[in-house]
Ligand binder design. Sequence first.
Ligand code: CAA
Length: 246
Amino acid sequence: MQSRIALVTGGTGGIGTAICKRLASMGHKVATNSRNLERGQEWQAKLKAEGFAVSVFPGDVSEVESARTLVESITNELGPIDILVNNAGITRDSTFHRMSALQWQEVINTNLNACFNVTRPVIESMRERRWGRIIQISSINGQKGQYGQANYAASKAGMHGFTISLAQENARQGITVNTISPGYIATDMVMAVPEDVRAKIVAQIPTGRLGTPEEIAYAVAFFVPDEAAWITGANLSVNGGHYMGW
Ligand code: CAA
């Protein structure tokens, strides 16, 4: 397979780390961003010790200018981005009647507005070069909703609306745009859910367990090769059977 240049936003997180490793092991040059460069460099050293080379650049994808600078730095250092995984995401869970404007805005800015902020400076070069892969990491809760997640579910449902519009606009330019909707994965984000609440959620998953970050990375890898050129605008559920809408 041809070696490509990939940007995985939020690559230092649970799912992000597995995606970076998977793309690197496929022979691609992988970059990610970190809002805290010191922590990002620690993460990079840990991956290097495990045999994975991933470049870390400073950048906050929730901000237009910071995302633009991030893309510019990666392009200058590694070359134009071929594979973009919009993975950065946060939760600020609260029932809506108690939710603050800040809890709403932080989630929409990081999960949804970041898709604009990062994809916009990437897309023109992909269109010119007539090859690209854009993958949104959404969530089961964007498909089914979740008690306490009006902000998060709105952002994640919005990500797939973004996917299906971009897929249409860029199909003739050799760019595929797809969504992956992970279910509950064993990461710090899910472990932050109170244990009793989490136990009730796991009880609803047909496979009887949380997913692993590697199981999401596998789905990302599926969309990348040339053989996947006709798969665009899809929303791939990877959730252990937790939600089977179609
Ligand atoms: N359906 C119906 N009622 C529910 C409910 C549900 N799913 N969850 C909670 N309630 C009810 C409770 O039973 C309780 O009722 P009573 O007062 O009658 O006992 C009431 O709502 C209040 O519940 P809490 O005590 O939990 O309220 P809280 O204000 O302390 O916390 C919450 C609310 C923050 C939403 C908390 O319930 C919570 O953290 N829920 C989990 C949310 C969640 O799944 N987040 C996913 C994070 S991981 C992620 O997002 C990754 C991904 O993509 C999957």
